[in-house]
Design a binder for this molecule. Structure first.
Ligand SMILES: [Cu+2]
Length: 371
């Protein structure tokens, strides 16, 4: 069984196996026996995540899949305890929005599997970088103090040490292998859509805005220009938390949720780059060349990115906004957008805010009943 984005233990009905981890609670899916998850995830499980098999298999701390029993990390194991603590610290710094936030020092929350893998690879790489930096710093301090001229009036003439030379040659080679293998796997995954794309959109970079063309039966194409403060009222985008300055646009790229979207990227004048951090997408837009990438957004919402290639004086003013909506809303929007994109957007925003307010009303009613 494959579960997606589960907020708790995920169990395999087929083999009765549960995995529980603070690191991968919301990300890792699949069954250890079926090997139904990607190699990158497997490595993450092995190295970071305190992956638990059922007790019958007797491997490490366990979290049983029996009758909905809630698994837990066995913190008796010091390694897991340290990993858990550091993981919690890392998560504490993560922003909770589909846009940058003040004092953010980490990635935006992932909205695609690829972005989760990228975030994992970033954390994984830190496990090498930090110890190596500390080791080098310690060695420098030792050398500076112990081998300073004052303490060594007669310098040593040692010039070779075979053991050290073997260690400092093989050590980096092994470390690089540990980095290269998951890195290549991630790179391959980034260029391999999980399924045949159900929608193709062409994004064209212009100085200085984006244009989108949907490859559908009835032509839908429009320009997406940064929203100016003067236009906020006419587009109904006065809420600056949802439509931030320098990121909000007049017409967003609208795509359905849980759909593999093929993105063709090109430019009409100079080189731009289409970047959407929450999706793990970054692709150069080169005039005369059609680059291809893809994404599979898992959550509805409004996501912001920017042009990521210095492209001229207004490079900072050509944001990218993608609105991920339900397939029904997307269908309605697409039909309306063939005639009038701005009217279709207004209609879409109205139906989304209706749905939001009805959820809020339901929540308030439930609260009242409780009281
Ligand atoms: Cu640009």
């Amino acid at each position: 069984m494959i579960g997606r984005g589960t907020a708790g233990p995920v169990s395999s009905e087929r083999h009765g196996i549960t995995q529980v981890s603070w690191f991968c609670r919301s990300t890792v899916t699949g069954c250890v026996k079926c090997r139904s998850y990607s190699p990158v995830v497997q490595l993450r499980l092995a190295l970071n995540c305190g992956f638990k098999r059922s007790q019958n298999e007797g491997l490490g701390a366990t979290a049983r899949a029996d009758s909905g029993a809630r698994g837990r990390i066995d913190v008796r194991k010091p390694l897991y305890a340290v990993l858990t603590l550091l993981g919690a610290l890392l998560l504490a710094f993560k922003a909770h929005a589909a846009q940058p936030v003040d004092w953010q020092i980490n990635f935006q929350p992932a909205a695609t599997e690829i972005m989760r893998e990228i975030a994992w690879f970033n954390d994984y790489t830190l496990w090498f970088i930090v110890p190596i930096s500390i080791l080098v710093l310690l060695l420098l301090i030792i050398v500076i103090l112990r081998f300073r001229a004052g303490a060594n009036p007669t310098p040593s003439k040692t010039s070779h040490n075979t053991t050290i030379e073997v260690v400092w040659t093989l050590g980096p080679v092994i470390i690089l292998l540990f980095l290269a293998i998951p890195s290549f796997q991630l790179l391959t995954a980034q260029y391999t859509p999980p399924s045949e794309p159900q929608l193709t959109v062409k994004a064209v970079g212009y100085q200085w805005y984006w244009g989108y063309e949907y490859q559908v039966e009835e032509e839908v194409s429009f320009d997406s220009i940064m929203l100016s403060d003067d236009d906020r009222a006419s587009y109904g985008k006065e809420d600056r938390s949802e439509y931030p300055r320098l990121l909000a646009v007049d017409n967003e790229l609208v795509v359905p949720v849980d759909t593999t979207v093929r993105l063709l990227v090109t430019a009409a004048d100079v080189i731009h780059a289409f970047a959407m951090p929450a999706f793990g997408v970054k692709m150069d837009a080169v005039p005369g060349r059609l680059n291809e990438t893809w994404f599979h957004a898992e959550r509805e919402g409004l996501y912001y990115g920017q042009c990521s290639e210095l492209c001229g004086k207004d490079h900072a003013y050509m944001p990218i906004a993608i609105r991920v909506v339900s397939p029904e809303n997307y269908g309605t929007w697409l039909a309306a957008a063939a005639d009038d994109v701005e009217a279709a957007n207004a209609q879409l925003m109205a139906s989304i805010s209706d749905a939001k307010s009805s959820i809020e009303v339901a929540a308030t009613d439930a609260q009242k009943i409780k009281e």
